[in-house]
Design a protein around this ligand. Structure first.
Ligand SMILES: [Zn+2]
Length: 299
């Protein structure tokens, strides 16, 4: 399972629609709050880092009408706190000995389920920060469903958290896969091709189009492998594997600096730590997951 997947909370999708239940949960002694700011999540603990969970007493007073409920953890409610909304005193009280860690780093150091929770927290807060006004009429919106939607009292529109689908794919031909690199990446690093899905396009069509646009290679028979929440700020990575009849790849837009085929033994060597021919994408990325999966199963 890629990093950022595997969040373990019960999302309380039905209960969260009841404001009285949410208000009761807010006042429960077992209820905890976790926080994130624009730059990252609050983490505590040196050997086994975890997200900082604070009881109500050290948390900013939350109004049930504005509370963002993440879900239930062993029956206890867990709410989100946007650290950007706190003054420095309140931030100091809430943070305590915790430290802010960028989500990318959190994905690498936290246990799997905690990384998933961090991604969920950041994804939800990112959406609320960017959608305070109605996209339909421009009026201010209010939180509904304890943070799972926002409602516009002026025009009645309901807005749901936005997730932007991105296809990312390994294209295989004759024991090689197609990888590309962006200018500015560390020397030698290549990764899977990827791109946003366009309106009116299936995921499979997006795979074929993106590969064509970024490399000139014709991909075919894409199949879905796995997905990954990627809240930077609101993407969902959809991992595919596709076949191809090969050809000489070429960069034909400004997006990639280089695109080329990499042989299975090169991928396997890179996974084993040999960076002389290829530097792999970061371990928390779905691209790295797709490459590892292929290297473990390819002939
Ligand atoms: Zn409106």
């Amino acid at each position: 399972m890629p990093a950022f997947a595997g969040m373990g909370l019960d999302r309380a999708s039905t209960l969260r629609a009841d404001p009285a239940w949410v208000a009761r949960m807010l006042a429960e002694p077992a209820t905890r709050f976790i926080g994130a700011g624009n730059e990252g999540v609050l983490v505590d603990g040196a050997d086994t880092p975890v997200l900082v969970r604070r009881p109500l007493a050290s948390s900013p007073a939350a109004d049930a009408g504005e509370a963002i409920l993440l879900g239930l953890e062993d029956g206890a409610a867990l709410f989100a706190v946007d650290l950007e909304t706190l003054d420095s005193d309140a931030l100091g009280r809430f943070a305590g000995a915790g430290r802010s860690v960028h989500l990318r780093d959190a994905g690498a150091i936290l246990p799997h389920a905690e990384g998933g929770l961090a991604a969920y927290l950041m994804g939800l807060l990112n959406w609320h920060r960017r959608h305070r006004f109605c996209a339909n009429c421009g009026a201010a919106t209010v939180i509904a469903e304890a943070g799972y939607s926002r409602r516009c009292r002026a025009c009645g529109a309901t807005h749901f958290p936005r997730t932007d689908p991105v296809v990312i794919m390994l294209v295989e031909h004759a024991g090689k896969v197609l990888l590309g690199r962006h200018a500015g990446w560390p020397p030698g690093r290549y990764s899977a091709l990827a791109g946003f899905v366009s309106p009116g396009e299936s995921l499979e069509e997006a795979v074929v189009r993106e590969v064509r646009e970024e490399s000139g290679i014709e991909a075919r028979d894409p199949f879905f492998v796995t997905s990954q929440p990627w809240p930077f700020p609101s993407s969902l990575m959809l991992g595919f594997h596709a076949s191809s009849d090969g050809g000489e790849p070429r960069t034909n837009d400004d997006e990639l600096e280089d695109v080329r085929w990499f042989a299975l033994d090169t991928i396997r060597a890179a996974i084993a730590g040999d960076t002389s021919r290829l530097v792999l994408p970061t371990p928390i990325s779905i691209a790295r997951f797709l490459l590892g999966r292929w290297a473990a199963t390819a002939g």
